[in-house]
Design a protein around this ligand. Structure first.
Ligand SMILES: *[C@@H]1O[C@H](CO)[C@@H](O)[C@H](O)[C@H]1NC(C)=O
Ligand SMILES: *[C@@H]1O[C@H](CO)[C@@H](O)[C@H](O)[C@H]1NC(C)=O
Ligand SMILES: *[C@@H]1O[C@H](CO)[C@@H](O)[C@H](O)[C@H]1NC(C)=O
Ligand SMILES: *[C@@H]1O[C@H](CO)[C@@H](O)[C@H](O)[C@H]1NC(C)=O
Ligand SMILES: *[C@@H]1O[C@H](CO)[C@@H](O)[C@H](O)[C@H]1NC(C)=O
Ligand SMILES: *[C@@H]1O[C@H](CO)[C@@H](O)[C@H](O)[C@H]1NC(C)=O
Ligand SMILES: *[C@@H]1O[C@H](CO)[C@@H](O)[C@H](O)[C@H]1NC(C)=O
Ligand SMILES: *[C@@H]1O[C@H](CO)[C@@H](O)[C@H](O)[C@H]1NC(C)=O
Ligand SMILES: *[C@@H]1O[C@H](CO)[C@@H](O)[C@H](O)[C@H]1NC(C)=O
Length: 498
């Protein structure tokens, strides 16, 4: 009986400790040519309703910009500082004093990620990894911050072997001397296992064993669904299978009550010739489905009641990162704050919601009569009072230089200006409403981000109105297509005369 009561208490405490609603956060890498200022980055986070971020360091100006925003922050000990911290309690205490104590409570630091994928990317530091965590922890205890700030270390899932079926997974035994004390530390401090989960790489390395749909959370035909023959659990996506593999690998070492926090997951939107599945569509599908999955609080087949909060990798495309082309294309946003693609999140709750659900745009019909489109374009830029200066030569929306593209910009600006009122996207029948964001490159369309057009104040790319130009509409359409059209028309009439 006593045992049963104890067990019940134990089970209750497990479910209580990870029962809160799951959330979505983002990683903020800074290998970006024109890295936005911390203030601009925080403005983007606010506009996108992002409440959780992970930094790869503990940059002071970023932590100051995040102060009093309510945004919860994971700071990181970079790998190159790990050896020092793991070898000296004083160095660790000093790091915590400078990078954490100096900023709380105004900046809401909720966790410290000590190193990044240390076992796989910096194995020579593995022997001091757990000491580093312990030294950081004791500095937090001394400052009475250990309740609100958790200490952990993000692991690569490549240390989990035989990960399918999940019930047979175990940690690479080479690392047992580190994993056992690490898990003991996480358990005794009430922390979580930080895990970087990349179905993209699992899929890439699987030699077609893993179907793309399974990696992307797309529905599978029942005969293709993965079933764990030991547990009879059905897996509908790689993400869940990997998380369950991690639970089983932990239980193999006798740890059954440590929750998992996914510190990185994502999909690249562009890659080199050997990375054909790094596309905007796949990245959008993966991240949209991942966000919906996480925010639905579904848990995994093994732990259906245990939510798995997840940080998307990553906020910005990091164009300065070396390696395969995909390496610089994991971001949700360009450095100017424009979305790389528009997430499909209808019904997913509040994160990113206002910018990406129910967005509609007004576009010119590409098969409509060009002369009528031109007339409507001239009207929009003139009597319609749309600021058409971004269409001028050398400005962000001058390319592609044809009447349909230019009219689409102007029609949409008018439509958004009129609050999408009925009839404001008609233009005598040459315009129609779409949910696909027509923004391209640095040409941002009104209505595509933030509450009204541009995401980050100060990075709006549309130039100020140049009054010397505002009277002449022909400049909004700089020759190219229209000239060819006129020439073609002249040729045709010449032919008719002949
Ligand atoms: C998003 O929209 C919801 C409902 O319309 C609103 O309550 C919330 O404040 C909005 N969030 C942002 C960041 O604008
Ligand atoms: C920080 O975030 C935690 C978790 O949501 C919350 O309980 C706490 O009140 C926040 N602290 C501050 C100072 O905002
Ligand atoms: C490490 O330093 C903390 C204060 O930061 C102290 O409380 C703790 O006892 C020290 N631990 C060791 C092993 O020296
Ligand atoms: C286990 O880890 C060691 C050390 O990194 C590595 O050499 C070995 O290849 C790994 N084993 C497997 C099966 O991946
Ligand atoms: C959301 O959760 C419900 C109940 O747990 C489940 O039936 C449904 O399939 C989940 N939806 C998604 C998209 O995961
Ligand atoms: C999105 O549009 C649908 C259909 O028009 C509507 O039912 C839903 O409430 C809208 N959602 C938001 C968040 O505005
Ligand atoms: C965007 O919103 C701000 C503040 O609500 C407003 O002042 C500004 O005029 C808006 N800009 C556009 C292009 O609608
Ligand atoms: C945006 O920038 C303009 C011009 O620099 C400035 O006047 C305005 O106050 C800024 N708005 C916000 C919300 O920061
Ligand atoms: C307006 O545009 C013209 C032609 O592009 C340029 O010469 C002039 O300097 C611009 N004026 C302003 C105020 O930007």
């Amino acid at each position: 009986m006593a045992i049963a009561v104890l067990l019940l208490f134990y089970l209750l405490s497990i479910s209580l400790s990870f029962h809160g609603d799951a959330y979505i956060g983002v990683n903020i890498g800074t290998d970006v040519t024109n890295m936005p200022s911390p203030t601009e980055t925080v403005a983007l986070l606010k506009a996108q309703n992002i409440q959780h971020v992970r930094l790869f360091d503990a940059d002071k100006s970023m932590l100051l910009a995040l102060a009093k925003t309510g945004i919860q922050v994971i700071v990181s000990v970079p790998n190159d500082e790990l050896l020092g911290i793991g070898q000296s309690n004083a160095t660790a205490a000093n790091w915590v004093a400078r990078n954490v104590i100096a900023h709380v409570p105004s900046t809401n630091i909720t966790a410290i990620a000590v190193g990044s994928e240390v076992l796989t990317s910096l194995p020579n530091a593995a022997p001091v990894l757990v000491s580093a965590l312990q030294f950081i922890q004791s500095a937090l205890v001394a400052a009475n911050l250990d309740d609100q700030i958790k200490v952990s270390t993000p692991l690569s899932t490549s240390i989990i072997l035989d990960s399918f079926p999940p019930s047979q997974a175990f940690f690479n035994r080479t690392w047992d001397p580190v994993m056992s004390p690490l898990l003991k530390f996480l358990q005794s401090t009430g922390s979580y296992l930080m895990l970087n989960v990349y179905p993209y790489y699992d899929y890439m390395q699987s030699n077609d064993v893993i179907p793309l749909d399974y990696a992307l959370f797309r529905p599978l035909p029942p005969n293709k669904e993965a079933v764990d023959s030991n547990t009879l659990l059905h897996y509908t996506n790689v993400f869940d299978a990997v998380i369950d593999a991690a639970y089983f690998a932990m239980s193999y070492l006798k740890f059954t009550n440590i929750p998992i926090l996914v510190t990185e997951s994502g999909w690249p939107s562009k890659g080199g010739s050997s990375e054909p599945d790094a596309t905007p569509d796949n990245a959008n599908t993966y991240n949209s489905n991942l966000i919906r999955h996480v925010l639905n609080n579904t848990g995994t087949p093994k732990q259906p009641k245990v939510t798995v909060s997840t940080y998307i990798y990553e906020l910005y495309n990091e164009d300065l990162r070396s390696g395969p082309a995909s390496e610089s294309n994991w971001g949700l946003f360009y450095a100017n704050g424009a979305p790389v693609y528009t997430l499909h999140l209808t019904g997913a709750g509040t994160v990113f919601a206002n910018d990406t659900t129910n967005q509609t745009f007004c576009v010119a019909k590409s098969n409509a009569d060009s002369k009528m489109i031109q007339a409507a374009l001239d009207w929009a830029c003139g009597p319609g009072k749309v600021d058409c200066s971004p269409l001028l030569h050398g400005q962000p929306c001058s390319e592609p230089d044809n009447v349909v593209a230019h009219a689409t910009y102007a029609f949409n600006a008018y439509y958004q200006k009129m609050d999408k009122s009925p009839g404001s996207c008609d233009f005598k029948g040459v315009a129609s409403v779409t949910t696909t964001n027509p923004s391209h490159g640095s040409c941002r369309f009104a209505g595509s981000g933030g509450k009204n057009g541009t995401n980050i104040n100060g990075t709006a790319l549309a130039p100020a109105i140049n009054s010397t130009n505002s009277g002449s509409f022909s400049q909004y359409y700089n020759g190219g297509f229209f000239t060819s059209y006129m020439i073609l028309a002249l040729l045709l009439s010449a032919l008719v005369v002949l």
